[in-house]
Design a protein around this ligand. Sequence first.
Ligand SMILES: C[S@@+](CC[C@H](N)C(=O)[O-])C[C@H]1O[C@@H](n2cnc3c(N)ncnc32)[C@H](O)[C@@H]1O
Length: 242
Amino acid sequence: MVKTRGLAYHGEVAGSAVRKGTTMSERSETLADDPFSGRQPTSHERMTGRPWDASYHDGPAPWDIGRPQPVMVRLAAEGGFAGAVLDVGCGTGDNALHVASLGFPVLGVDVAETALAIAREKAADRGIAAEFAVADAFHLERLGRRFETVLDCGMFHTCDGDERPAYAASLASVTEHGGTLYVLCFSDEGPETGPHPVSREELRAAFNPGAGWNVAAIESARVQTTFHDNGAPAWFATIKRV
Ligand SMILES: C[S@@+](CC[C@H](N)C(=O)[O-])C[C@H]1O[C@@H](n2cnc3c(N)ncnc32)[C@H](O)[C@@H]1O
């Protein structure tokens, strides 16, 4: 059953309460001046009329389930991670923290500073060493770093068709040749698809050999949300950097 909280994906106005432990008050002046910190608003932000950061102001966002996605837990248990790991659009960090807890060096990046503050607080509370930094997923080359494993849990499906080539190029710029990108996104295989359903063909088109990618596998999966009882239909893609 889909619960109404899911409407938050499409941007109902959030209240002003800030989750305990965040430093929103410190950031509010900067965010009020320019909520996008000088970057181009994403298609999702244009559609909803508010910055990603606002999704984290009023309690857990609908994708913020407070634990790692089961697909990621299984992947880690099966040895799917290697080397330095980048989590793009990491949100409040549960996936990144799970991987870091296994001993991998992990950087989580996001444009939502409130989410990053929560992620850092979780890392401190759990005694897990993980790095969290503000970075634009469309300009990851600015990090000046490369990663053997890159994780996208719910970021790709927020991109519209016009944004996908730039996003794939940005990911390619930070992924070691021979490295692996994992994408967990809503799929178009109903019923009760998530708010940004993506087809297999769209995944293959975005991560094509001309863009430096080879899609190794696309599996049917579930992505857990706070408003689906048993998760929403998803694709779990394993994509190699060529
Ligand atoms: C659907 S949420 C998923 C968050 C997290 N991966 C999870 O599974 O809980 C998408 C995340 O991508 C972030 N995001 C969206 N556009 C971004 C961009 N251009 N650069 C970096 N992060 C972005 C949002 O702030 C949000 O935290």
